[in-house]
Design a protein around this ligand. Structure first.
Ligand SMILES: [Zn+2]
Length: 479
């Protein structure tokens, strides 16, 4: 029997506002534990939350980037549950009236386009973080850090439209890309500002009703998400084939064992006893505000892709890789301000630069190469002062040190040869070796010099001074 996989994702994104969602505590990452806390976000009785306007603006921006409808009326609700990282014993979230709904994202996977529905995106506050000594089951005690308590989150819930772990990854990458371009989150999975829960089920191919799903919690890297989904799909298929029933439950991904493990039976919405948050008035969002935000929306990845394909004749594939993050695109755009050939810039960025970034596990914001230096290097190649092979060496040195190419050439002794006698000797050898080309030249084919210059460059490993080579060559050919 063959099975079809059905996946829906709940993606949590931290919005990068300066302060938290309901108080003025800082929203910075990585501060000393419990330094960004106040009576509101540590849940003192009687403290009143005040909604941060910037959070709503970012939610609207994100909603627009996700092609959602923006509600003109929405409200906040209390989601009640007890866990030591949640000091109020309820989380302020949005239940039946979210700020954004009915959106979609188009993903491309294996050359085909697919539209993934977005059911809703709602605002909520993050909980604190429990810190264990070792694992949760063996720790002698646990500590709680409330710095994250009250950090603004947008939870983006997809339709069950995804059919494989690879599609799920493509969708997550697309969310990351559009939210980075919208400028509402830094989407760092390693810092937890982008994470997801996956709802996974399988059903016999052709069956219309959905199978029983399990929810895998807190997947915090693309790799973990793919592996957890693949494991869970296989586990469910094997269970069904053994005649077992799938239990609707919440599972966790155990990175060290590479398995999903049952955490608890899945709770239903009514278990949380949602009710309207009495401390916050309903939120009305004026159309004027939404329209102002639409006017101020930055370029989105799909628009950027069209633009650079148009302006620089890039392939769709190259253009989509260059528009994965605004920083990558920004580097490309900066280079094209000073250099005419976008295709060549793209080749260096996708080739050498991506290779080195991957090797060192860096992203482009950590890259030492200055766009202007890359352009200078390309110009040195155009002038024939360095060969393609030398350029690779120069590029690697630029990547290591951030120095300008001229300095590297000097330091590595890649200086051009400008000694007339040396060059004349080499040019005479080249002329002697290529009588036919010389004859072509003398018969009026002036372009033949290009070939001869190339030969001289090759003989000098690209180090001959091209202006001087041209000069001497013209003199010899015309004599
Ligand atoms: Zn606070």
């Amino acid at each position: 029997m063959s099975f079809e996989t059905v996946i829906g994702l709940e993606v949590h994104v931290e919005l990068k506002t300066r302060s938290k969602i309901f108080c003025s505590c800082s929203n910075e990452f990585g501060a000393e534990p419990n330094t960004n806390v106040c009576p509101i976000c540590s849940g003192f009785p009687g403290m009143l939350p005040v909604l941060n306007q910037q959070v709503v603006e970012y939610a609207i921006k994100a909603g627009l980037a996700l092609n959602c409808e923006i509600a003109d009326y929405c409200k906040f609700d209390r989601k009640n549950y007890f866990y030591p990282d949640l000091p109020k014993a309820y989380q302020i979230s949005q239940y039946d009236l979210p700020v954004c709904k009915k959106g979609y994202l188009d993903i491309e996977f294996g050359g085909t386009k697919k539209r993934i529905g977005i059911t809703r995106a709602h605002l909520e506050e993050d909980a604190g973080k429990l810190v264990h000594q070792g694992s949760i089951s063996s720790t002698p005690f646990s500590l709680v850090d409330l710095n994250r308590s009250g950090v603004p989150l947008l939870e983006i819930v997809s339709e069950p439209d995804l059919r494989s772990s690879q599609e799920a990854r493509a969708y997550m990458e697309k969310i990351r890309s559009v939210l980075l371009f919208a400028g509402v989150s830094d989407c760092k999975m390693e810092e937890g500002s982008l994470r997801c829960d996956a709802n996974v089920s399988v059903r016999p191919s052709g069956q219309a009703t959905l199978g029983t799903r399990t929810e895998i919690k807190n997947l915090n890297s693309f790799k973990a998400m793919e592996k957890a989904i693949d494991f869970e799909v296989q586990r469910q298929i094997e269970a069904i084939e053994d005649g077992e029933e799938i239990i609707q439950e919440t599972r966790t991904w155990e990175e060290d064992k590479q398995i999903t493990r049952s955490m608890r039976s899945k709770e239903e919405a009514h278990d949380y006893r949602y009710f309207p948050e009495p401390d916050l008035p309903p939120l009305r969002i004026s159309r004027k505000w939404v329209n102002d935000i639409i006017q101020s929306m930055p370029e989105m990845p799909e628009q950027a892709r069209e633009r650079i394909m148009d302006e620089h004749g890039l392939s769709a594939y190259d253009a989509s890789l260059l528009t994965l993050t605004p920083d990558f695109l920004g580097f490309f755009d900066e280079c094209t301000r000073y250099y005419h050939d976008g295709k060549i810039i793209s080749n260096w960025m996708m080739g050498e630069m991506s290779k080195l970034l991957n090797q060192k596990n860096l992203d482009i914001t950590q890259c030492k190469i200055n766009p202007v230096h890359l352009v200078d290097m390309l110009k040195l190649m155009d002038e024939g002062r360095i060969s393609g092979k030398m350029a690779k060496e120069v590029f690697e040195a630029m990547f290591e040190t951030g120095s300008p190419p001229e300095a590297i050439i000097k330091e590595k002794g890649m200086e051009q040869i400008s000694d007339e006698d040396t060059l004349e000797k080499i040019i005479l050898e080249v002329i002697a070796k290529n009588p036919r080309v010389v004859e072509d030249y003398r018969n009026g084919k002036k372009k033949a010099t290009g070939f001869l210059v190339g030969q001289v460059m090759q003989a000098t490993r690209g180090q001959a001074n091209p202006a001087l080579v041209n000069q001497i060559l013209a003199r010899k050919l015309n004599s």
